[in-house]
Design a protein around this ligand. Structure first.
Ligand SMILES: N[C@@H](CCC(=O)N[C@@H](CS)C(=O)NCC(=O)O)C(=O)O
Length: 212
């Protein structure tokens, strides 16, 4: 099994799941910031040009965070990475989808890939009074998403309840960009971040990523 990742990306969450599971895997570090994910030979491996990507021995290519995380959990049931209780599972998926779809792709996406969100047909026009910039829009989405997630995390240590599950890896990767961008995490999310940092699997991954 080959796992493709790049520094500063969302792939850290899948890397954490691989380390929590503890089975052997080959790790392939990519220069995502330098555009390597969008070029050959990776573009043939994953036409979406994104990490995380997981390639199995039989050549199956897996993409999309939620799909990879769910597959890893379902193929390693002894690790209980998806809660048995449907209500807890729903809570975890709700946080995971929101962290990926809104906090990451709508919010931080606007800070990291600003040009992708600029309407090309407006570039020649000056910014109209009262019109917010892409970065300002991103920051507003991030602030709202953090506030909503913080309220959801008020009554539980992990996203689905008392134990670590796949949704925690997604919440961790998306919230860890906040302090890196000078945005303070609200208290319940800061608590979750601290619990995640204390996990041995997270320590191992951060060492591999050269962060410790
Ligand atoms: N929808 C994808 C999003 C993955 C994604 O956006 N990955 C980013 C890194 S966080 C990427 O590889 N970007 C490629 C690039 O910036 O060239 C998922 O859920 O896995």
């Amino acid at each position: 099994m080959k796992f493709y990742w790049g520094p500063h990306t969302c792939a850290i969450g899948i890397h954490i799941l691989l380390e929590e599971i503890g089975k052997p895997y080959e790790s392939v570090k990519m220069d995502v910031a330098g555009g390597e994910a969008g070029r050959e030979p990776f573009k043939t491996i994953n036409p979406k040009g994104k990490v995380p990507a997981l390639v199995l021995a039989d050549g199956t290519i897996m993409t999309e965070y939620g799909a990879i995380a769910t597959w890893l959990a379902r193929t390693n049931p002894d690790k209980a990475l998806i809660p048995a209780d449907p209500e807890a599972e729903r809570r975890g998926i709700e946080v995971m989808d929101y962290a990926i779809g809104t906090l990451h792709l709508q919010g931080f996406g606007r800070l990291f890939k600003t040009a992708n969100y600029e309407p090309q047909d407006m570039l020649h026009q000056t910014l109209k009074l009262g019109q917010t910039s892409v970065k300002e829009q991103g920051r507003a989405i991030i602030d709202e998403a953090l506030a909503i997630l913080d309220r959801q995390m008020a009554s539980r240590p992990y996203v689905a309840g008392d134990a670590f599950t796949i949704g925690d890896s997604a919440l961790f990767y998306a919230t860890r960009w906040a302090p890196q961008e000078g945005i303070a995490l609200p208290p319940n999310l800061a608590g979750h971040y601290k619990r995640m940092i204390a996990r041995p699997a997270v320590t191992r991954v951060r060492r591999i990523w050269g962060e410790k």
